[in-house]
Design a protein around this ligand. Structure first.
Ligand code: UDP
Length: 411
């Protein structure tokens, strides 16, 4: 049975849970609808899966809808996603037409009757065009790193975004110059989900055996969708450099998201790069593999997150929560989670990543300390309860328009 609010008390304390209940009372009965573009795969779906039931438990009448579309729509939105992350792209009148037509079809198919519409990322952002005279608050939640978009990318979505009442970004450097208010709310992980809860040694061992991963040899892991922005090929290169000094295995555990048409090609590239090295384990996992990912993260000697761009990188908090020494790129929301050489390691290059893999494999006590500090960092800042609190405050602000509520939101 999924965790209920009271189950979090032993982890975060009575005060945090009581405060959530109080805030819930202020919004009791409000009809909230979340809209994103996939139910499985990626961090947004991961968060909504847990957030929606807890909002309902707090008394908000909360639904979660997903926009649908033909492949050409998701090819376009993936291009937009990459361009918002900085990859050069051009957007044509035909792109705009496809986007608007799919938006209109979704607006007609979805029941958007709610007090608060919480729209996630660019794919469903156009639903705002269907805003009518009914009193409702529209919030746009941006989960991606929009600090340095390619020319034309932000301009593609800005006319829609600026019609919302409030925008929410994950990190200060993503804030944009806009006519509407913006708040900063970092994402979070759920310590009680199958992805993150404690596991027994025998559960972990069973997963390793199932995937043919040895437990008597250090394991270096990256968990990520097969996406070029996660740089899985760079991880293989860094691991190869480190392996010349320390005998170790590499696990690349991933899958795809239904809104990402590129993952098949990326997985092929990864397999090609890995060759038939028996120490490289490439796991193409179904979206239900939460326990498996949990076990692999817990079994890892070192966890890598070598993203080239990253909105937040839930996988970093997942690894830190499990006290894993973590080496991650200093991009997007990752530096929010890791203080270099204190709660993990921040790197900029393949060579830097290789250097730190060797350092951590050679200094287990330092690695253990990083993991311990990382765990505390997540406990303080990146658990679901803090996230829930910030969203409730944002909902209050949006529905009452009272500036004092925004002041209460802390990053
Ligand atoms: N994930 C998963 N299966 C996979 C790959 C990733 O369940 O094959 C999960 C991962 O554990 C994390 C989320 O998907 O919870 C990815 O979120 P993140 O913010 O790291 O990256 P995103 O995919 O949203 O870019």
């Amino acid at each position: 049975m999924p965790a209920q609010l009271a189950d979090y008390t032993p982890i975060v304390g009575e005060g945090v849970v009581s405060e959530l209940r109080l805030l819930g009372e202020c919004l009791s009965g409000k009809r909230v609808i979340n809209v994103n573009s996939t139910r499985v795969g990626g961090g947004v779906a991961e968060i909504l899966n847990r957030l929606v039931p807890l909002l309902n438990e707090l008394g908000l009448d909360t639904r979660w809808e997903v926009v649908q579309g033909p492949e050409e729509f998701f090819v376009l939105t993936k291009k937009l996603h990459n361009a918002l992350h900085g990859a050069p792209a051009t957007f044509t009148a035909e792109d705009r037409k496809v986007f608007n037509e799919v938006t209109d079809a979704n607006a007609a198919a979805l029941n958007l009757d709610a007090d608060l519409l919480f729209i996630h990322d660019p794919q469903p952002a156009g639903l705002i065009r269907k805003r009518d005279a009914r009193p409702a608050s529209w919030l746009w939640r941006c989960h991606i790193d929009v600090s340095a978009p390619a020319p034309g990318a932000w301009e593609f979505i800005a006319p829609m975004v600026e019609r919302y009442d409030l925008s929410v970004f994950s990190a200060p450097q993503f804030a944009r110059e806009m006519k509407i208010p913006q708040v900063l709310i970092a994402p979070s992980i759920d310590p009680l989900s199958d992805k993150n809860r404690e596991l027994s040694e025998s559960d972990i061992e069973a997963v390793l055996t199932r995937f043919g991963i040895r437990s008597d040899k250090p394991i270096v892991t990256q968990v990520s969708r097969f996406d070029r922005l996660k740089d899985p090929v760079g991880v293989i290169k860094a691991w190869r450099m480190a392996r010349s000094r320390f005998d170790c295995q590499l696990v690349l555990a991933g899958g795809s998201a239904t809104d990402d048409p590129e993952s098949v090609a990326v997985l092929l590239e990864v397999r090609e790069q890995a060759g038939d090295d028996p120490d490289v384990h490439i796991l193409d996992l179904p979206p239900t593999s939460n326990l498996e990912i949990n076990a692999i993260q817990r079994a890892s000697t070192v966890v890598i997150q070598k993203s080239l761009k990253e909105g937040f990188g839930l996988t970093v908090s997942e690894a830190l929560w499990k006290r894993r020494p973590t080496i991650a790129s200093a991009v997007g929301g990752i530096p929010l989670q890791i203080a270099h050489k204190y709660s993990g390691i921040l790197t900029y290059t393949i060579e830097g990543t290789a250097f730190w893999i060797k350092q951590l494999l050679g200094a287990p006590e330092f690695a253990r300390k990083l993991g311990e500090n990382g765990h505390n960092q997540v406990r303080e800042n990146f658990l679901l309860t803090r996230h829930l609190r910030d969203y409730l405050l944002a909902f209050l602000f949006a529905s009452k328009g009272h500036p004092d509520h925004a002041d209460l939101i802390r990053l």
